[in-house]
Ligand binder design. Structure first.
Ligand SMILES: Nc1nc2c(ncn2[C@@H]2O[C@H](COP(=O)(O)OP(=O)(O)OP(=O)(O)O)[C@@H](O)[C@H]2O)c(=O)[nH]1
Length: 166
């Protein structure tokens, strides 16, 4: 269900999503952090300890692509060392009024080793593909690692077969 009249995120919101990947089901624990500048200082609480980050821009707003680059820089400087980065160019249903060429996003993503995909939250386009792409890149959890060491984590859960993803 897509709601056109949602209010901006205050602080952050939490959700989970289970993504099929090969013979496994990967459960994502997702923090959706607020985009507004006044909440910027809260972001490290959420990306610290995360396995992946999805950084979203609006393909109809060049400014949002510029802001995305600032987030990438921040994650590179202060985020977890091996964080998987994915860039989502949202609102691809509005490509007739796009300001950010696909080529620019692809070249930039390649330069930073990130996954890139254009999505439409409105029409549910490429959302599954985005999470499957991330699933394929997140290394399996170490079974010997103490998994209770942090509540804020974007990780994946493997099935009992223990087979590697995809
Ligand atoms: N056409 C179109 N509109 C969208 C799409 N995704 C979001 N919107 C609209 O864009 C506006 C902003 O969406 P949000 O989801 O609040 O954006 P946000 O970046 O999460 O904002 P914060 O909550 O402040 O972080 C809303 O009016 C949405 O209805 C999309 O894929 N297509």
């Amino acid at each position: 269900h897509f709601d056109h009249n949602i209010s901006p995120t205050i602080g952050a919101s939490f959700m989970t999503k289970t993504v099929p990947c090969g013979n496994e089901l990967h459960k994502f624990l997702i923090w959706d952090t607020a985009g507004q500048e006044r909440f910027h200082s809260l972001a490290p609480m959420y990306y610290r300890g995360s396995a992946a980050a999805v950084i979203v821009y609006d393909i109809t707003k060049q400014d949002s692509f510029h802001t995305l680059k600032k987030w990438v820089k921040e994650l590179k400087e202060h985020g977890p060392e091996n964080i998987v980065m994915a860039i989502a160019g949202n609102k691809c249903d509005l490509s007739d009024i796009r300001e950010v060429p696909v080529k620019d996003a692809k070249e930039y993503a390649e330069s930073i080793g990130a996954i890139v995909v254009e999505t439409s939250a409105k029409n549910a386009v490429n959302i599954e593909e985005l999470f499957q792409g991330i699933s394929r890149q997140i290394p399996p959890l170490d079974p010997h690692e103490n998994s209770n060491n942090g509540a804020i984590k974007l990780g994946k859960q493997t099935s009992q077969t223990g087979r590697r993803c995809c």
